[in-house]
Design a protein around this ligand. Structure first.
Ligand SMILES: [Zn+2]
Ligand SMILES: [Zn+2]
Length: 121
C-alpha cells in the first residue's frame, strides 16, 4: 500500500466499490487533511474519498463531483461533532478556499479543494 503522507495511506482514499483511484488523489486534499489532523490532534477517519463514476452515480453524486476527481473526502473524528470539525476545517487554507459541507444527522463532513462553497446536508 502506498503512503500519501505521514498519516494517510492511499488505500483509505480508494473507491469503496471497486478499489480504483490509484494516482487520482489530489496531493492538496491530503495535505489539507494532515493540517486538519494537526489542528485537532487526533486521527481523521476517511469514509469516502475517490469514487469511480459508477459508484458516484449509485450514491447520488452529481456527475462532475469532486469525489470523482479525487479532490474530496468525507470524514469524521472521534469526540468532535460535525460542526466542531467543520469549524476546524475552515482554519485550513485548502478547505477555507474550497468546499465544506456539514452532515449533522449522518455524523460527518465533506471537505474538498475545489471551488469555495458551504452547505448543510
Ligand atoms: Zn468504484
Ligand atoms: Zn463528499
Amino acid at each position: 500500500m502506498a503512503k500519501l503522507s505521514q498519516h494517510f495511506d492511499e488505500s483509505e482514499f480508494l473507491c469503496k466499490c471497486c478499489g480504483t483511484g490509484h494516482g487520482f488523489i489530489q496531493p492538496h486534499l491530503v495535505l489539507g487533511l494532515e493540517m486538519l489532523r494537526d489542528l485537532i490532534k487526533r486521527p481523521i477517519i476517511v469514509t469516502c474519498a475517490y469514487r469511480c463514476p459508477k459508484h458516484n452515480a449509485e450514491v447520488g453524486g452529481v456527475p462532475n463531483s469532486y469525489h470523482v476527481q479525487g479532490c474530496a473526502a468525507d470524514i469524521y473524528a472521534a469526540g468532535l461533532t460535525p460542526y466542531e470539525l467543520a469549524g476546524q476545517a475552515a482554519r485550513v487554507p485548502m478547505f477555507l478556499n474550497g468546499g465544506i459541507g456539514i452532515y449533522p444527522k449522518r455524523g460527518f463532513i465533506h471537505v474538498d479543494v475545489g471551488l469555495k462553497r458551504r452547505w448543510m446536508g
